[in-house]
Design a binder for this molecule. Structure first.
Ligand code: RUQ
Ligand code: CUA
Length: 640
């Protein structure tokens, strides 16, 4: 496709191919520059045969869509190409990654620790930790400008430790992680669509006493759940609203005025029996301008340094409304025409359709909450999430029936007003117990109705038996025609809850890092204080018990091939990868020290450890970078 870039630097493949001829240590340094520019790249680029309705992307062809998959309790995000469903990359977020050193490099540890609350920091410190090494991701969502993806960021929640993270889409790496104070277990996450993101809306699911400092332990009636708006640019909490019931999922409109969130447990119980006793729960509607005005007017209390408003049912606030819907709703999905939000029934076989435009009248006191519901079609057993094709149809995942149900929104509205029409268009079996579903570009005003994924919780007999723990099954469905067609089964590991499908024209990742990236600012400052030029010098700085080793890497050699320290020294190794070509990552692994980090092309990274064992310890590059990759190594000599 014409918009695809041609790599201006040599590809890893052509480098390796020509490696035998040029693999002399002396001749290699020159490869870092533009000497062999123009080789490779272009022939690898082609177009997926998606237009034919085939999910077959031939070898050497590339996909039309990026899929961003949550990794569930693996704590990561995965990039999947569509329609091939090939897993392209994993982005470590809340997890500790052995391959890249995420959670081990000084740079990642700073990102993972700086946004934690003082209480969490103190608690971790007692265990000798600076951060958690685990997370439970559910809802990856890219940033928007004017109702469509702008390619800046992807945000994701960690339900297990009440955090959210931001991933930079230019380098596909996590750059910010914050814990949400006053809240407990962030589940639903969606972004402001208009004018831009803007706010990242986060649902604190479980109800707790606020502040959660030991008060009201046994008095659940005093617990609250908290809806948080984070400023996606600064990654600071903008405001919070206390809510009745357990917040589940949320979504924003296309006008920047309202968000909605589904809540279960309006009973405010603590056991399953108590939580499901009432046939009715609710969705909460948040009026953004009214919330901002209330904060400005000083109506919020400051708790943990954050403005917290009381939007609970009994408070009868002018910025929240409670729309009654059947028991235990789950998914909350805004339609790409900007008109509706679908509240998925879960325990009820229905989806309740709320019209955003009615909310003006609701807040003006002209209509009731129930009058905002314009349709309530019966979909099947266990409707969880709904997605869209941009042609007026909705697709709802039904967990108990193991189906994706296609239905027409306009017909569902007609049916509600008494007309004899059947909004259901087709039901297709999926395998099995589907959770989330999402279609290509469906969460933008550019929904294009080509592909849909059904993220099934069970795979049972669909794959080779791999033991008692089975993979999930992410299925691809072609929705471009009248009838949905199942075209692919994809085994995945624990546990993609949700995924978004983004056209490749929306994202422009880099091939190599920019040396001006703020990511390297700390290392540059440290090097400067040590009188070291990060991009040129290979130097060992001794500072009392601390040793800082600055080295460059150019395939296939480190700039320092041996350094000597004293047993007990705290060693910081800083590696700057001077190779300036696509796909030429190096690594730094220190044998016997649990150290293994990635250094991408033109990146710097550092790791700190104690060298407490006298002897010879080899370090090596673990990223296969060259015909002489095995030789890319050096020795740390530790004196007794
Ligand atoms: S939500 S299906 Cu987080 Cu449905 Cu998992
Ligand atoms: Cu550098 Cu392998």
């Amino acid at each position: 496709m014409s918009e695809e870039k041609e790599s201006c630097c040599v590809s890893r493949r052509s480098l390796l191919g020509s490696g035998a001829k040029i693999a002399t240590l002396t001749g290699l340094a020159g490869l870092g520059g533009g000497m062999v520019a123009g080789l490779g790249g272009a022939s690898l680029i082609g177009e997926a045969r998606a237009a034919e309705g085939s999910a077959d992307v031939a070898p050497g062809k590339i996909d039309e869509y990026y899929g961003f998959w949550s990794g569930g309790h693996s704590g990561e995000v995965r990039i999947v190409g569509l329609p091939s469903m090939r897993e392209l990359m994993r982005i470590p977020v809340f997890n500790r990654c052995s391959a890249t050193g995420w959670g081990q490099t000084n740079e990642s540890l700073k990102i993972l620790s700086e946004g934690l609350t003082p209480e969490t920091k103190a608690s971790l410190a007692k265990r000798g930790l600076v951060t958690f090494d685990q997370g439970d991701t559910h809802h990856p969502r890219p940033s928007y400008t004017d109702g469509t993806y702008d390619g800046r960021y992807l945000f994701i929640n960690d339900k297990s430790n009440t955090r959210i993270a931001r991933i930079r889409l230019d380098i596909m790496k996590t750059d910010k992680v914050i814990e949400i104070p006053n809240s407990h277990s962030i589940h639903g996450l969606r972004n402001q669509r208009y004018p831009k993101t803007g706010y990242v809306f986060c649902c604190g699911e479980h109800r707790i006493p606020v502040p959660n400092t030991g008060i009201n332990l046994t008095n659940p009636k005093e617990y609250v759940s908290i809806y948080t708006a984070v400023d996606g640019d600064t990654m600071k909490v903008a405001w919070q609203v206390m809510v009745s019931g357990n917040l589940d999922n949320t979504d924003a409109d296309y006008a920047g005025k309202y968000t909605a969130a589904t809540c279960y447990n309006s009973e405010e119980g603590v056991t399953v029996g108590e939580m499901t006793a009432s046939p009715e729960d609710h969705a909460v509607i948040f009026n953004i301008a009214a919330i901002e005005a209330a904060v400005k007017a000083g109506k919020a209390q400051k708790i943990a340094g954050v403005d917290v408003l009381d939007g609970r049912k009994a408070a009868k606030s002018d910025f929240t409304r409670y729309i009654p819907i059947p028991n235990s709703p789950h998914g909350c999905n805004a339609s790409p025409d900007g008109k509706y939000v679908m509240l998925n029934g879960k325990l009820s076989p229905t989806v309740s359709v709320v019209e955003w435009a009615k909310l003006d009248e609701l807040f003006a006191g002209k209509i009731t909450e129930k009058q905002c519901i314009v349709a309530q079609p019966e979909i099947g057993l266990g409707p969880l999430h709904t997605t869209f094709d941009g042609r007026g149809n909705a697709y709802t995942s039904v967990f108990l029936d193991s189906q994706i149900v296609k239905w027409n929104i306009a017909d569902a509205i007609k049916q509600r007003s008494g007309e004899k029409v059947n909004p259901i268009r087709q039901k297709i079996d999926v395998h099995y117990q589907v959770g989330h579903t999402n279609a290509s570009m469906a969460e933008t005003k550019e929904a294009d109705g080509k592909w849909l994924v059904a993220l099934c919780k069970f795979s049972k007999d669909r794959f080779l038996n791999v033991g008692p723990l089975k993979p999930e099954n992410d299925q691809l469905i072609d929705i471009s025609g009248d009838q949905m067609k199942l075209v692919h089964d994809g085994a995945t590991f624990a546990e993609p809850h949700d995924a978004v499908i983004v056209h490749r024209s929306k994202i422009k990742p880099l091939d190599v890092y920019k040396r001006t990236d703020p990511l390297f600012d700390d290392l540059k400052a440290m090097a400067k204080a040590d009188g070291v030029d990060l991009e040129a010098d290979n130097k060992v700085i001794r500072d009392g018990n601390k040793v800082r080793v600055y080295m460059t890497s150019v395939a296939p050699a480190f700039g320092i091939t041996d350094f000597t320290v004293k047993a007990g020294n705290e060693v910081t190794v800083v590696v700057t990868n001077l190779d300036n070509m696509s796909d030429l990552a190096h690594g730094f692994t220190m044998v016997g020290h649990g150290v293994c980090i990635e250094i991408g092309p033109q990146a710097s990274a550092s790791v700190t450890f104690v060298a407490d064992r006298p002897g010879v310890h080899w370090y090596y590059c673990q990223w296969f970078c060259h015909a002489l990759h095995m030789e890319m190594s050096g020795r740390m000599l530790v004196e007794a």
